[in-house]
Design a protein around this ligand. Structure first.
Ligand code: ADP
Ligand code: MG
Length: 797
């Protein structure tokens, strides 16, 4: 469907039937021109044209014209369809006659008064519709817009500059007065007023009315009287009386007239271009804005607007060129596509009322359904804060596992349930993030623990003063992530440690309690199970915490207590036995080192004495040689008493030197052995502490594998051996040695050998001793054999 084109041939006595051949049955007009007469104006090549149109109105009364041209279009305006009816043709061809008609006789009235009449007839007939009608009358002259109804308006001055604007409702002319009309007469008054103004203006402003375009627009707004209908319709009926389409040369216009004609031609030329463009299917841009006319009619030519063109032709032979021109324009207009669409809008106020009514009806419906379904308690109102709290609590119970199902009662509750799940999920995400943050803090804690190891070692070393070197690498105190610990805490173990309820322990400081409860508070709504674990952890920690530990607690909650704090406590309680052994072994080691130092000093002294004695003996020898020697019967030189004593002294010293040297060598081995024992004890203490610590605060998975093979059994300390080598024993030995030396110096080697043997036996026995031996210093514990058998050979023969 395209633009509807009708040809109206003006009634005339000089109609040229030989030139204009109308075929009413197929709506074609054939134009025949005589070449010799019109060759300068008409294309020489053609003398015959045929135009196919939608209707030919030849010598027909206004009523028939209206019926053929406008009736249907006007009827559709109350249904929201906009229409444009345009009259195109040369001056005098009957455009104004067609559009407005003559006023002197009622039956000569044109399309506009008839359309007004029809619309108000509809207003009266459509009882269920509330139609509102407005009119405006625009004149475009020399590309200027004139409001022909400005005199009817109080507000707008006649010379108000009007501009064409476009909005969501289409094109409108800002500044053009639009008048609501409630009756046919009212509307006709505006029409006549506009016509009068047009004539007055043409005189006062020296305008040629045939050179202006006039657009009388009837606006119809259709609403339904019943409130349920929220839609409303709007439509525009543009009734356009175009300026004369005659070409300039025809009238021989000059000066102002020529300028007018140029404008007219120009705007009509733009109209034609626009129409050609609209007729081309693939044309993207339509030059509507080239002229005021096309711009003002932008949404009123083709497209969704029902468009009808009346081509007014004169019908006389003299006007055949203009007739041909008009028909050419008409045929182009026929190519413009038009697919009328109703302008339907929604009234927001009525829509709200309607929706409120709908809700009420549905609520009533639902209430009835609930009564029938015996579900009287169900509420469909917006949830209250308390109801939301209840829903949240129910979800918590569901997550805990105390309830298996969430009872769904209505859609609102279902939606809120999901919303609360989302909130909980977000909270848990935040919690996980917080945990991760704590984990990063724990990396610092690991460092702190590393320093703890150093602290412990320092502690041990300070206790043993100069004893031994630091523990080597390979003994690490591992830390599992807090998260792992928090999850894997052995409740039973903790409870064993805790023994009593946390609340019953007044020793916990306020700060402590706060720290321990903090995670509980933040998590109790969401995940009660982990919280429970944490609480037990807290109590477990609490139970093993001494005052000093409480004092040392840092600000980080939920983490196991610091190892250095716990280590003191471990040594005092669970690790007391091994710690005691360690300390005792360390004392023995210290003692042995002291002995070794003393012995070294003594050996050095003996060595010095040997040197002195040697020097004295040499002096004596030299004296003896100088003085002359005495020899006995065995040809041995006879020495004096001093020299003899020196010789004896030297022998004794050498003997003692050898003896002490051997003792020192053995003592060094013992010191090394004791050192090893101390190291093992220390390793054992730390290992046991670590195991205990991990068992108390971690699972076995988290603990490091402790090398069991390396550990020593408690009590496997050869104290007998150590005791045998205590200071008292040495004193005893030295005493014996001196006695022997006094009685029989030669027997020293023998007794020394015996003693060494005893020592070795004792040592071996101690090393093989499977059971712990309580440390008792046994003064003079030189094997019973020695004790019981006082060296008989001492009584040197
Ligand atoms: P236009 O507006 O195209 O310049 P008009 O409508 O003013 O032409 O017509 C010029 C004159 O011709 C008017 O006096 C008008 O009454 C008369 N006229 C035009 N068409 C007809 C017609 N179909 N029957 C009778 N008179 C007509
Ligand atoms: Mg006219």
């Amino acid at each position: 469907m395209g633009v509807k084109v009708l040809v109206r041939i003006r009634t005339t006595n000089n109609f040229a039937p030989d030139m204009i051949e109308c075929s009413l049955h197929d709506n074609t007009i054939k134009i025949h021109t005589r070449r010799d007469q019109h060759k300068e104006a008409v294309n020489n090549q053609h003398s015959d044209w045929m135009f196919k149109v939608d209707g030919i109105l030849h010598d027909v009364p206004q009523e028939v014209v209206y019926a053929a041209v406008a009736k249907k279009a006007v009827a559709s305006t109350i249904n929201g369809f906009s229409s444009t009816i345009m009259c195109y043709g040369q001056t005098g061809a009957g455009k104004t006659h067609t559009m407005t008609g003559a006023t002197e006789k009622y039956e000569y009235r044109g399309i506009i008064p008839r359309a007004i009449q029809q619309i108000f007839k509809e207003v009266e007939e459509q009882a269920d519709l509330a139609l509102t009608v407005y009119v405006s009358y625009l004149e475009i002259y020399n590309e200027t817009l004139y409001d022909l109804l400005s005199t009817m308006s109080d507000s707008s001055a006649p010379d108000t500059q009007m501009i064409i604007v476009e909005d969501s409702h289409g094109v409108r002319i800002k500044g053009l007065s639009i008048h609501m009309v409630s009756t046919e007469e009212d509307a006709l008054n505006y029409l006549f007023e506009g016509e009068t103004n047009r004539i007055i203006a043409s005189h006062t402003m020296n305008k040629n009315s045939s050179r202006s375009h006039c657009i009388f627009t009837i606006y119809v707004e259709t609403r339904w009287r019943q409130t349920a209908e929220v839609k409303y319709l709007t439509s525009k009926l543009n009734l356009v009386d175009l300026a004369g389409s005659e070409r300039l040369g025809k009238t021989g216009s000059e000066g102002q007239v020529m300028r007018e004609a140029m404008y007219i031609n120009k705007s009509l030329s733009f109209l034609e271009q626009t129409i050609i463009a609209l007729g081309e299917a693939k044309r993207g841009h339509i030059p509507f804005r080239q002229s005021k006319l096309t711009h003002a009619l932008k949404d009123s030519i083709g497209g969704t607007c029902n468009t009808i063109l009346v081509a007014n032709i004169y019908g006389e032979a003299a006007q055949i060129e203009e007739t041909l021109s008009t028909l050419r324009f008409a045929s182009r207009m026929k190519c413009v596509p038009a697919e009328p669409v109703a302008n339907i809008y929604t009234d927001p106020v009525k829509l709200i009322h309607k929706l409120q009514n709908d809700i009420q009806v549905l609520q009533d419906e639902l209430a009835m359904y609930n009564i029938l379904g015996n579900r009287r308690q169900v509420s469909y109102e917006t949830l209250t804060a308390n109801q939301i709290r209840d829903i949240k609590a129910q979800i918590c119970r569901y997550l805990e596992g105390t309830v298996d199902e969430i009872n769904i009662t209505n859609i609102r509750q279902l939606r809120e349930t999901f919303a609360q799940f989302k909130i909980i999920l977000l909270q848990q995400e935040q919690e996980i993030e917080a945990t991760l943050r704590k984990k990063y803090i724990l990396i610092d804690k690991v460092n702190r623990e590393t320093s703890f190891i150093a602290d412990v070692m320092g502690l041990l070393n300070s206790e043993e003063s100069q004893v031994g070197e630091l523990m080597g690498e390979g003994f690490g105190i591992g830390l599992a992530p807090t998260s792992a610990k928090a999850k894997k805490i052995k409740v039973k173990k903790s409870r064993d440690i805790a023994g009593s309820n946390k609340k019953e322990r007044p020793s916990v400081s306020g700060k402590d309690t706060e720290m321990l409860q903090q995670p509980k508070d933040s998590a109790q709504d969401v995940s009660p199970k982990p919280v429970a674990s944490r609480v037990i952890t807290a109590s477990a920690i609490d139970s093993v915490r001494s005052e000093s530990i409480v004092k040392m607690e840092d600000t980080r909650p939920m983490t196991p207590p610091g190892k250095s704090e716990i280590f003191d406590m471990f040594k005092a309680e669970k690790g007391s036995e091994i710690n005691r052994i360690l300390i005792e072994n360390k004392h023995i080691l210290i003692e042995k080192r002291t002995n070794m130092k003393d012995l070294t000093d003594r050996i050095n002294n003996v060595k010095e004495e040997i040197d002195i004695t040697n020097r004295s003996l040499n002096i004596k020898k030299r004296e003896r040689h100088l003085q002359g020697e005495y020899k006995n019967e065995h040809d041995e030189p006879v020495v004096d008493e001093d020299e003899f004593n020196l010789i004896i002294q030297l022998k004794d010293l050498k003997r003692q030197y050898r003896s002490d040297f051997n003792t020192l060598r053995d003592l060094r081995v013992e010191v090394q052995y004791c050192q090893k024992l101390v190291d093992q004890c220390r390793l054992r203490l730390l290992t046991e502490f670590e195991i205990w610590y991990n068992e108390s605060f971690l699972t076995a998975d988290d603990t490091q594998q402790v090398p069991q093979g390396d550990s020593i059994r408690r009590g496997l300390v050869p104290f007998s051996r150590m005791a045998a080598l205590e200071e008292d024993d040495k004193e005893k030995f030295q005493r014996l040695q001196q006695e022997i030396l006094m009685e029989c110096p030669e027997s020293v080697s023998f007794y020394r050998a015996r003693m060494k043997l005893e020592e070795r036996h004792n040592y071996t026995r101690a090393m093989n001793q499977p059971q712990p031996i309580t440390i008792h210093k046994k003064p003079g514990m030189i094997t019973p054999s020695i004790k019981n058998k006082p060296p008989s050979s001492l009584q040197c023969s």
